[in-house]
Design a protein around this ligand. Structure first.
Ligand SMILES: Nc1ncnc2c1ncn2[C@@H]1O[C@H](COP(=O)(O)OP(=O)(O)OP(=O)(O)O)[C@@H](O)[C@H]1O
Ligand SMILES: [Mg+2]
Length: 402
């Protein structure tokens, strides 16, 4: 009956949100190129500007982040000292023309940093062009970057300008630079050294004045050691390295950003929320957030789309939040080397006895579920939980499971 209700609601939302199909996707593939120029203002292509007034009447459960601790820079918001240092670095680096390499996990805001560098530089009146080096074949990538002349390959029916020409006097953002094929790495190095290039199939060099900002989620040093990336190119593009910490290392940013996106998106949603249940808050704080801020935005959309009522409940969260690992309970964080800052925060925010009770309930439910699925075979259950049979036996005894 409940499932029928959910599918009905989804069907309804599917009609209502025509054209917003990406809402239910985990991660949509990034477009190969993006542009900002003065004719095409930032506000049209990037996210909404941050409005601190959005927190005026907040959501109960998130109010622990002190308003005074919030730092805002361009389209980024953070309460983490690490991010505030980064904001200062961006301002300083933006003034120079040096090549910058931004390193950070997926969804941490690398493109936002690249745009912030451009917008704060003397090139801001020029174009900002971006390309994702991981999404095109080597041939297409070469043509995108350097352009081509008519007839240089099948399908080249006319001359085409490449991004190096189009970004002249501006900034070119090379996303996922570690994926650039080796022969294109050699050509890129030449452009950086000589400030000119020859289009695919062409003979005449073209001079350009472009600032390069690159990004990667990989260690370029490891790529160089593995002979997948040229050392000379790494030194050229890594003049100023900037590091974007993952969400789990940014103190209270999870709560701040969750609060921020909830307040922002609920204006456009049918659902209005005013509080969050404690078990839902714990589940959010315990989640590893490997997809970082992009994942967080998706979760907010999921909550506002799938849930009902003014309180965010645990069942409003995506399924993976309802299967928290019993291997990293909050009650053990002091001895857990993988404890994230969010888990430490959760411990300080929520009374210890409630955390313990919540985790015990979760653990008991999981053991009962696995026992049922494995037809009572304790060895299998212990294996799935990653604990010994003796530990499983002790836990079953504690929980009164026979
Ligand atoms: N500090 C922040 N404040 C507000 N929004 C943010 C912040 N950081 C990132 N975002 C938002 O999170 C999303 C992901 O950011 P972005 O695309 O810049 O990440 P990325 O590191 O380039 O990701 P990928 O590695 O997948 O290309 C975007 O919608 C961006 O606007
Ligand atoms: Mg990106």
């Amino acid at each position: 009956m409940k499932n029928a209700k959910i599918s009905l609601k989804l069907k309804f939302l599917g009609q209502d949100l025509a054209g917003k199909k990406e809402m239910f996707k985990k991660k949509s593939p990034p477009p190969a190129t993006t542009t900002i120029s003065k004719k095409d203002p930032v506000s049209k292509t990037a996210d909404t500007m941050i409005d601190p007034l959005i927190f005026r009447c907040g959501i109960k459960g998130f109010e622990c982040v002190p308003f005074e601790s919030i730092g805002i820079f361009e389209k980024m918001i953070s309460t983490s000292p690490k991010m505030k240092i980064l904001f200062e670095q961006i301002k300083r680096v933006a003034r120079s023309d040096s090549s910058v390499l931004i390193r950070g996990e997926t969804g941490t805001g690398k493109e936002l940093v690249a745009k912030a560098l451009h917008e704060n530089s003397k090139r801001k009146t020029g174009p900002f062009r971006a390309i994702n080096c991981a999404t095109l074949t080597p041939e297409l990538l070469a043509s995108e970057l350097f352009g081509h002349v008519k007839g240089s390959f099948t399908g080249a029916i006319q001359d085409r300008q490449g991004l190096f020409s189009l970004a002249d006097q501006g900034t070119l953002f090379l996303d996922e630079i570690a994926e650039l094929p080796l022969d294109l790495q050699a050509r890129l190095l030449r452009v950086l050294e000589e400030r000119e290039f020859i289009p695919v199939g062409g003979t005449q060099p073209i001079s350009v004045d472009v600032r390069i900002i690159a990004a990667t989620h990989k260690s370029l040093r490891a790529e160089v050691e593995g002979k997948r990336f040229r050392a000379d190119l790494m030194y050229r593009i890594r003049v100023i390295p900037l590091y974007l910490p993952p969400l789990r290392e940014r103190d209270q940013d999870l709560l701040l950003l969750m609060h921020y996106f909830l307040m922002l998106y609920q204006n456009k949603s049918d659902r209005k929320v005013s509080s969050i249940a404690q078990d839902a808050l714990i589940a959010l704080l315990q989640h590893p957030w490997h997809g970082n801020i992009r994942e967080l935005k998706n979760v907010v959309e999921y909550i506002l789309t799938m849930g009902e009522g003014s309180e965010i409940l645990i069942q409003d969260l995506p399924p993976e939040f309802r299967e928290t690992s019993i291997e990293s309970p909050l009650s053990n964080i002091s001895s857990n080397p993988h404890a994230t800052e969010h888990m430490i925060l959760a411990k300080s925010l929520i009374p210890q006895d409630q955390i313990t009770l919540h985790l015990k309930n979760q653990e008991k439910t999981k053991i009962l579920l696995f026992l049922e699925q494995e037809n009572g075979r304790r060895e299998k259950v212990a294996q799935r939980l990653g604990i010994s049979r003796a530990t499983l036996w002790r836990k079953m005894k504690d929980y009164g499971i026979s």
